[in-house]
Each structure stands twice: as C-alpha cells, then as structure tokens.
Ligand binder design. Structure first.
Ligand code: GDP
Length: 139
C-alpha cells in the first residue's frame, strides 16, 4: 500500500457543536499524520468552487450555504491508503447508514450535517489539497 495524502474538513456543523477536538482525537487514534491544518471560513464562492461537481444537484445551494456559514477546520492527512482509510473513518455520507464506530454514525446529525469531508479519489485529493494549501504549507 502506498503512502497517500487526502483532504479532510471538519465542517461548520461539527466546529459549531464543539466537536473539533473529538474529531482530531479520532484522527490520531486512526494513526493519520496531520501534515497541515488551518481554521477558516469559506466564502460562498469558495464553497461553490469546492463543490462544483455537485452544481446540478438539488441540494447545492443549501450545501454551499451551510459550508460557508461558519468556521471549518481544513487538514491534509497522510497515511498508507489515506484516501480510503479516511472515508472508512468518516463512514457513509448519510449518518443513518454509516457503520458503527464511524465519525458520521456517532456524531453526524443528517445527510447534510455529517461533520466531515474526505476526498474520494487520488485526483480529487490532489485538486482539493491545492484548493486550500500552498506548496510551502505542505513541505
Ligand atoms: P461525501 O463524499 O460522502 O461527502 O458525499 P457527496 O460528495 O455525495 O456529497 C457532498 C456533501 O453534500 C455531503 O457530505 C453532504 O454534506 C451533502 N449532501 C449529500 N447528499 C445530500 C442530500 O441528499 N441532501 C443534502 N441536503 N445534502 C447532501
């Protein structure tokens, strides 16, 4: 298995509910290395750019409003097989369908307010990491 990097976001719902430390503890327990981390509030346009792939979906407006409604914590995580491993750690998009022990199952409130984001493939991970971090921040 190759060492990979993936983009993780603690979304505004989770930050607002005071879950940042809990989620970072789970990241450490799962043996990811946090390569870079920052707290920021996405602008609406920045959220729309990040989720451009979902532009035609009925929930696009609601999703991008939610993602720009408060502070988020954006991270680059590194581990063997990090992309799939982080998605396993988060659980399925809908907390009601997520496996027991996952972040979304234990902490998520709904299919939208599901606490975390994770890249879904190597190409999207590279694009999403460069959306938020410069080369110097990733050294
Ligand atoms: P992910 O890769 O597991 O985050 O899932 P997607 O890429 O399919 O969706 C991106 C994000 O949009 C999800 O994490 C949710 O916050 C939100 N989302 C997905 N499906 C729905 C939906 O049916 N309704 C609403 N309101 N939000 C959704």
């Amino acid at each position: 298995m190759a060492v990979e990097r993936t983009l993780a976001i603690i979304k505004p719902d989770a930050v607002g509910r005071g879950l940042t430390a809990d989620i970072i503890s789970r990241i450490h327990a799962a043996k990811f290395q946090i390569v870079a981390i920052k707290s920021l509030r996405l602008g609406k346009k920045q959220a729309e750019g990040f989720y451009a792939v979902h532009r035609e979906r009925p929930f696009f407006g609601e999703l991008t409003a939610f993602m720009s409604a408060g502070k988020a914590v954006v991270m680059v995580l590194e581990a063997e097989n990090a992309i799939a491993k982080w998605r396993d750690t988060m659980g399925a998009t809908d907390p009601a369908k997520a496996a027991h022990g996952t972040i979304r199952k234990e902490l998520g409130e709904s299919i939208q307010y599901n606490c975390t984001h994770g890249s879904d493939a190597a190409e999207t991970a590279a694009a999403e990491i460069s959306y938020f971090f410069s080369g110097a921040e990733l050294a």
